[in-house]
Each structure stands twice: as C-alpha cells, then as structure tokens.
Design a protein around this ligand. Structure first.
Ligand code: GDP
Ligand code: MG
Length: 164
C-alpha cells in the first residue's frame, strides 16, 4: 500500500489550500467556500518516483473556541494514527499560538515521523524572521512555504518522501 501523508494543524493555517495545490485540483473546501462538510479527504500524489496518499483533515470547523479545539484534537488524533508521515502545518502570518503547541504535544506522544511546515510565507525575503519562532515547538526544522504562491513546496516534498 502507498504511504499515507496526513496534513494536520489548527483551523485556518491553509491545510485545504495546500492539499488542493499539491493535488492540482480543488477537491477540498477552503475557508469561505460554501460546500459539504467532510472531515477527511484523500487523493494520490506523485513526487519524483514516489507515490503517496495525501489526507486533508479538519473539514468545516465549529465556530466556538472550545468546540473548535476539541474538533481539532479529534481530527488530528485520527489522522496521526493513520499516517506514515505527518505534515504539521502552521501559519507564519499569525505566528505560533497555543493550539499549535497542543498539536505538537500530540505528535511527540505519537512517535510518528513529522515534517514541520510554516505556510503563508508568501515573501521569503521579507518574512524569513517569522519562521524562526517555530523551532520553539521542539519538532525540528521548519520548512517555509506559500501554498498560494507555490513557493517552497519542492523542498518540503523532498523531505516528506525522504522519510518513507
Ligand atoms: P484550513 O482551515 O487549515 O484548511 O485552511 P484553508 O485552506 O481553508 O485556508 C484558510 C485561509 O488561509 C484561506 O483564506 C486561504 O486562502 C488562506 N491561505 C492559505 N494558504 C495561504 C498562503 O500560502 N498564503 C496566504 N497569504 N494565505 C493563505
Ligand atoms: Mg480545511
């Protein structure tokens, strides 16, 4: 069977945007796009000579903060369990928040292979300092990307397939 790569992270970091970009189609629902609620969506991705199944998680997030965090933890728990490699997505525009530390704790306990990715680095030169604080998660080297600008994604994919 193909390895499973799960995109995990708190709401609005850009998981579905990255998923759609990597898959090359608008399969997953991006915030502000009306559509059906689906908590997990899969698609096959090939990078160089590696194929894997990419999983988006989260679906439509509940609005209230308590429910949102509960939903995030449940979704992350399931995805982490199924995944061979976890793509832990964070947001370089908002910076680190408590929910990121919650996901990091879950990942440490899981002992799964993790690639830490900082999304929304649309301008690598201007935002290079924004990436450093993500070392504080204790997950390792953060990979800066822009899902909208399609920047940094090749380096990130190299690291992911390297872990298979
Ligand atoms: P999810 O909840 O993690 O699935 O996040 P979404 O994919 O729904 O995206 C949340 C918001 O972040 C949307 O408004 C996206 O357009 C925006 N977004 C996603 N990726 C990027 C990016 O690389 N740069 C910027 N500036 N915005 C992004
Ligand atoms: Mg989403």
């Amino acid at each position: 069977a193909k390895p499973i790569v799960a995109i995990v992270g708190r709401p609005n970091v850009g998981k579905s945007t990255l998923f759609n970009m990597m898959v090359g189609e608008r399969i997953s629902i991006v915030k502000d796009t009306p559509g059906v609620t689906r908590d997990r969506i899969y698609a096959d991705v090939t990078w160089l000579n590696h194929s894997f199944t990419l999983m988006d998680t989260g679906g439509i997030e509940p609005e209230t903060n308590d429910l949102m965090l509960k939903h995030m933890r449940e979704q992350a728990e399931m995805a982490i369990e199924m995944a061979d490699v976890v793509l832990f997505l964070t947001d370089g525009k908002t910076g680190l928040v408590d929910a990121d530390y919650q996901v990091a704790d879950m990942l440490r306990k899981s002992h799964k292979k993790v690639v830490l990715v900082v999304n929304k680095i649309d301008n690598f030169e201007k935002q290079s300092m924004d990436v450093y604080e993500f070392y504080n998660l204790g997950i390792g080297e953060p990979f800066p990307i822009s899902s909208i600008g399609k920047i940094g994604v090749g380096e990130m994919l190299d690291e992911i397939v390297h872990l298979f």
